[in-house]
Design a protein around this ligand. Structure first.
Ligand code: SAH
Length: 217
């Protein structure tokens, strides 16, 4: 059951904070309003679900800060028909937000525990256009893709060609690029007919993207 602490006043503050920090896309704001973040955090953190902060989840990973989720989503300029790839399912929260704005979302995670829990949460919250896959996002099988949009939610030292190759013309990829432990820069790549256009956006902190399926659960 939801406690009164998660009632409308807290959700109203949540929206206000996002607007104040510069999120202006109405569809993105609505998506964040509609997805129950308390369903994606650990049970003991439900009271903090609508605070603008990252929180710990299983396997030593994190659910991103709502502002960062909103900002990255806004930068993707999603349309209803888009096919989206997310690297780093984590809790499934970002995927749930994407599912409200895109046609289909494939999200990949290297921890089985996280992939299974996220799949369950996404089902419970009615996100039936999301597919969760246990896979290494740094080494995806060639047959996967192409995509209109790619969002990476784990820090990469550089963006592998194995990912940019899956981006359609006019496609957008967004990823935190930089050292694994420290501050990264959110980078946006747009595939034009003549190549990739690169823009650096804001500083962020993400857990690292690591190779291979995790050996622990
Ligand atoms: N988007 C998530 C937060 C991501 S945290 C959310 O909304 O909750 C980053 C996630 O990326 C972690 O769960 C981590 O296990 C995963 N990850 C790291 N490297 C990966 C890789 N190579 N392939 C797939 N997932 C990876």
């Amino acid at each position: 059951m939801m406690s009164s602490r998660q009632g409308p006043p807290e959700k109203m503050m949540f929206q206000l904070t996002l607007r104040r920090r510069g999120i202006s896309d109405q569809a993105v704001l609505r998506a964040l309003e509609e997805v129950p973040r308390e369903a994606f955090v650990e049970e003991g953190d439900r009271a903090d679900a609508y605070r603008d902060s990252a929180l710990g989840i299983a396997c030593g990973q994190t659910i991103s800060q709502p502002f960062v989720v909103a900002y990255m989503t806004e930068q993707l300029h999603l349309r209803r028909h888009h096919r989206v790839l997310e690297i780093g399912t984590g809790s499934g929260y970002q995927a749930a937000v994407l599912s409200r704005l895109a046609g289909h979302v494939l999200t990949v995670e290297r921890f089985r525990t996280l992939a299974d829990a996220a799949r369950r949460r996404l089902e419970q919250t009615g996100c039936d256009n999301v597919e969760v896959m246990l896979a290494d996002g740094l080494n995806l099988p060639a047959k996967i893709g192409p995509f209109d949009r790619i969002i990476v939610t784990a820090a990469m030292e550089n963006i592998p060609e194995n990912l940019t190759d899956r981006l359609e013309t006019d496609g957008i990829l967004i990823a935190p690029v930089g050292p694994h432990h420290g501050v990264q820069t959110l980078v946006r790549l747009v595939r034009t007919k003549s190549g990739l256009e690169r823009k650096e956006l804001v500083d962020v902190r993400f857990v690292p993207a690591l190779p291979g399926i995790a050996r622990e659960l």
